[in-house]
Write a new protein. Sequence first.
Length: 336
Amino acid sequence: MAQLWETVNAARDTIGRFMARQCYWFMENYGDPERHPLAETAWLNGGKQQWLLSGTDYAIILTIALVITLLKPLAKNYLFNPVVEAVGIKEGDVERTSESIFQLCYYLPSFVYVFSALQDKVYYARPVLCWEPPFPNQPLLNDEWTVYMMGMGWYCHALFAHVFMDKRTKDFLAMLAHHVVTLALMHASLGMGYHRMGLLAVYSMDSADVFLHVNKLVRYLDNWVNVYIDVLKLIVFPPLVLSWIYFRLYFYSAYVVYPSSVQGVWYAGYENADYWLFFNICLFTLLYLQIFWFYLIMKTALKHLLYGDRLDDERDLSTSGKTNEENKKRAKRKKL
């Protein structure tokens, strides 16, 4: 086993050095020439250091996940569902609406907290400073630690709920991959000193989730309630598209993926960017998923604009193949 592990590490190092040389070539010819004076010199006295999460950290993460998992059915059954039904939403949309409300109760406060935590961080404006010495042993500040504890607790819950509690959707495997990769990234980045880059990644994701679930709430209202939904759609849909483009496609690419994959290894040198290959495989996986889900969002919107279909979730197995006749029946019930 030890021999196998050494072989795997040697292969990883060989591939990583080859790809790093391509990044060097790009930065030398087309990128920012700024580089730390100690690049290519292992500034940790020749030894790559790493630290693991403490037992207390794991206990806090699992406690948060357990509390959220227990709270979810209670909040939905005794608080959200009665309100949703009172508004006039029916059938399977009751559960979907309550789920979106529950998701909003996490993502909105999370985004506000992460945004406030980043305001005094120098690496918010210059992500390359995520690799500033003494990386990977930069101090972990209290607000950064809090973001990680809450985020890992949430995604532990989300992974469990996705497999054992939630309704299966067409993108079940894609969402499963997202939760697994996100948890792996958060755990590894916290344990290996990449927490600054991790905070930027969390920030780039949470804002779009807020607008996504607000749009879902409007969609479910449109399916059942005769209110001024067209006006609401004009108000809430453009921010979803813009936030997804800016935060998940542009900001994530320019402030997370590019600094992590190209700029950081050039600035600090490959010797000071341990596990560089692993992190970038995970980051590019998340970028692909963001592009895939953006396609589904735009597909749903286009179908609604061109054909007048009800705004069903493209991921939902139970709503695939709805006919125009069913849409007309639903519209008729709304008028009653």
